[in-house]
Design a protein around this ligand. Structure first.
Ligand SMILES: [Zn+2]
Length: 285
């Protein structure tokens, strides 16, 4: 940490007065023109517990992050998205198939109508009911025309049938894909649940260990730690080799000298990142 040496270090801002004689007690002090300052005192052992707490919180955060970024979760989500697409496509294909079924029925009815009329004409012709040559000619011409019409309509039926078969085949392959997807989802969901279960166990264990550590930290120190954690993500950092492990900045000689002069039960704060700075045997003091 490189800054002008005249700035008072935040961890040493609390004036010596009667409050200091009561370890573990916190007081709020308002200085004109300054932010609210808080004094928390705690034994070096309690302070070291904060580092365990910070490690456990980091572990819990890692587990939570892993839980949210699991490829197994993404895979199930992808399958669900595809499933929704297929469900819509199947509905559309079914509707299309039904429409073509109606179209086919209508085209077949048209053929039947023309065929029936043609049969009737042919019966009249065969029965010899028509004797006038002029009428006979008209009837024969109509039969020929009806045959042509019937052939055209039969082509229409064939065309609709082909389209309907294509629609059925498309609907069937969509259904097959959806069935196959359902079985893939089952496998993927089982895999996801297994990994989530493992992470849940890890998380529970870490939370249990955390509760054990929390029980050994005085309430005011814990409160400060939690507030720092909310503000900075990490509540406490170790001072190692003259460096704050929270922001990774090296403290200058003035700061280090101030820390050397501080009482063991003073709770220090890194002026750079504001986290609780915990002294360790290898702090480099
Ligand atoms: Zn720092």
């Amino acid at each position: 940490m490189y800054r002008s040496g005249s700035t008072p270090a935040a961890w040493l801002t609390d004036p010596p007065d009667t409050d200091l004689a009561m370890p573990g007690r916190r007081c709020r002090r308002h200085w004109p023109g300054q932010a609210t300052l808080e004094l928390v005192k705690a034994s070096p052992e309690a302070q070291l517990r904060l580092l365990e707490l910070a490690d456990l919180d980091a572990e819990l955060t890692r587990i939570d992050h892993r839980r949210r970024s699991l490829p197994e979760v993404a895979e199930v989500d992808r399958i669900d998205a595809r499933d929704a697409e297929l469900r819509d496509a199947i509905i559309a294909a079914e509707t299309n198939e039904k429409d073509l079924g109606r179209e086919q029925a209508k085209a077949e009815a048209d053929v039947d109508q023309v065929r029936a009329r043609s049969v009737r004409d042919r019966e009249r012709l065969d029965a010899g009911q028509v004797s006038s040559p002029r009428e006979l000619e008209v009837l024969q011409s109509e039969i020929a025309s009806l045959l042509r019409r019937q052939s055209e309509l039969e082509d229409v039926v064939l065309d609709v049938m082909e389209r309907r078969e294509a629609a059925q085949s498309s609907r069937d392959s969509l259904r097959a894909e959806r069935d196959e997807l359902a079985s893939r989802r089952q496998t993927a969901a089982a895999r996801r649940d297994e990994v989530l279960g493992e992470l849940g166990e890890q998380s529970e264990k870490a939370a249990d260990r955390r509760a054990g550590v929390v029980a050994q930290v005085p309430a005011d120190l814990l409160d400060l730690y939690e507030r720092m954690r909310v503000q900075h993500g990490v509540g406490a950092a170790a001072l190692r080799g003259g460096r704050c492990e929270g922001c990774h900045l090296t403290l200058n000689t003035v700061d280090l000298n101030r820390i050397r002069a501080a009482d063991d039960d003073e709770v220090l704060r890194c002026e750079e990142c504001r986290r609780i700075l915990v002294r360790t045997p290898d702090s480099g003091l």
